[in-house]
Design a protein around this ligand. Structure first.
Ligand code: UD1
Ligand code: CA
Length: 458
């Protein structure tokens, strides 16, 4: 592949997406469509790698960075016009040009290598990848003569009715001899229904020059599915999720209902973990063995230890260690660590907080910027008042502390080892180890008050 230049076409807006976002940046089962193509290209040892950008190219450059050479196609006049923009950059390059589409995400390295080999061993001037589709709607069709030789490619919109039944389609992936490609591109005119410069017209032009065009037929048609609309996006997303779930199940993970479970590629889950319905697991989440996750849970970049229970909860960029219990309806916000065997219960929110081993916050609590020791009990309705309108402050709760119900812990504040707080306290000062802090006004009972009220009315 060292004599090959790879060109990825990604300048189009993607009109059929009806979106302000460039089509190739739409999220496909966890990552932008274009990233699938780039991940594949990363594995190729090509001499040059070029990305054609145009519509909102700054957004694409921001995502991809400087690992590729960019070619700007200012006006998107069609795929032939797109490739022509690389002519200057490739003026010194000698060899073959592999053209890929940024909206065809599942093409494998194996198929690319097969295409190149077929191209090079037969010395074709152009070799394309085609496939047979039961429903070829929307794709360019491969036109063959009676002998089965390729004669050209006609786009769906330009097809005559009798040719609509052709099921062999153009994948949009080609290998060209560089000089012949650019010579053919110069000859293309936009005389078709869309008024675009079609890259596919090169085939007919080269054949007319007496050159040979070859092809490989990709058996696994899903490799060359192109994404043009949001319907295609949903269909292909489902395929990616299905594959990930199948792989996990084969590795020993129980997925109770694959149709309502969405797990992104790259998530790691240990054996005998059970994932209940309506659960979404994203990014670099790792779950160890024998956990119960869901129903109704959303984990993003979470690190979950062995035997953890997560029930109807959201966990973002946080760690939950062995045997801990989360939920229902808990929210662990970024940089939270729940240590071994701790319990985070109903309607509890944690942010940038360490919850010590065996500690419990069972109900209706907010703990932010807090460091909580071992075997601490946080009473229902406890709030760390960590924000003064300008800065965030820390709450430190040492081992064995018991916080009564409905406490406000006004940070910065520190509660010493084994200290206690009375229910309904507003703790504004540090509590020394072993002390009981009560910070609420004393109750007054007024005797005979009710009787007196009745008498006043009559
Ligand atoms: C193209 C092929 C069609 C094939 C299909 C396979 C042409 C004329 N047609 O059609 O035969 O069956 O792919 O998926 O090539 N692009 C640019 N600049 C442009 C236009 C497009 O960079 O001016 C990029 C797009 O961003 C996209 C790719 O080229 O990544 C393909 O363009 P698209 O408009 O999706 O082509 P299709 O209609 O799908
Ligand atoms: Ca397309």
């Amino acid at each position: 592949m060292n004599d090959t230049a790879v060109i990825i076409m990604a300048a189009g807006k993607g009109k059929r997406m009806k979106s302000n976002l460039p089509k190739v940046l739409h999220n496909l089962a966890g990552k932008p469509i274009l990233n699938y193509v780039l991940d594949t290209v990363d594995q190729l040892e090509a001499k040059r790698k070029l990305l054609i950008v145009g519509y909102k190219s700054d957004k694409i450059r921001e995502l991809v960075g400087d690992k590729i050479e960019y070619v700007e196609q200012k006006e998107q006049l069609g795929t032939a016009h797109a490739v022509l923009q690389t002519k200057k950059l490739l003026s010194d390059f000698k060899g073959d040009v592999l053209i890929l589409s940024g909206d065809v995400p599942f093409l494998t390295v194996k198929t690319i290598k097969k295409l190149l080999k077929h191209h090079q061993t037969n010395n074709f001037c152009c070799t394309l990848a085609s496939t047979i589709l039961k429903n070829p709607k929307g794709y360019g069709r491969i036109i063959r003569d009676k002998k089965g030789e390729i004669k050209g490619i006609i786009e769906e919109v330009d097809l005559s009715a009798d040719r609509k039944t052709i099921t062999e389609i153009n994948s949009g992936i080609y290998c060209f001899n560089k000089d012949k490609l650019f010579r053919a591109l110069e000859k293309i005119t936009p005389d078709n229904k869309q008024g675009e410069y079609y890259l596919t017209d090169t085939v007919e032009i080269l054949l007319k020059e007496g050159l040979t065009v070859g092809n490989i037929i990709v058996k696994n048609y899903s490799e060359i599915l192109g994404i043009n609309s949001r319907l295609d996006l949903a269909d292909t997303s489902r395929k990616v999720y299905q594959k990930t779930l199948q792989d996990l199940m084969l590795q020993g993970v129980t997925i109770i209902d694959p149709s309502s479970t969405f797990i992104e590629q790259g998530v790691k889950i240990g054996q005998d973990t059970i994932i209940y319905p309506f659960t979404i697991i994203e990014k670099d989440t790792k779950i160890e063995e024998s956990c119960l996750v869901g129903p109704y849970s959303h984990l993003i970049d979470a690190n979950i230890g062995k035997g953890v229970r997560v029930w109807a909860s959201i966990i973002e960029s946080s760690t939950v260690k062995e045997g801990a219990n989360i939920g229902p309806y808990a929210h662990l916000r970024p940089e939270t660590v729940v240590e071994k065997g701790a319990k985070i219960g109903n309607f509890v929110e944690l942010k940038k907080t360490v919850m010590g081993e065996g500690s419990k916050a069972s109900h209706l609590t907010y703990l932010g910027d807090a460091t909580i020791g071992k075997k601490v009990n946080i009473g229902a309705g406890t709030i760390t008042c960590n924000y003064d309108g300008e800065k965030k402050h820390k709450t430190i709760i040492k081992n064995g502390v018991f916080i009564g119900s409905n406490n406000s812990l006004v940070a910065p504040v520190k509660l010493g080892k084994d200290s206690y707080t009375g229910a309904g306290s507003t703790i504004t000062r540090d509590v020394p180890a072993g002390n009981l802090a009560i910070a609420r006004s004393r109750q007054t009972n007024i005797s005979g008050w009710r009787k007196k009220k009745k008498e006043d009315k009559s």
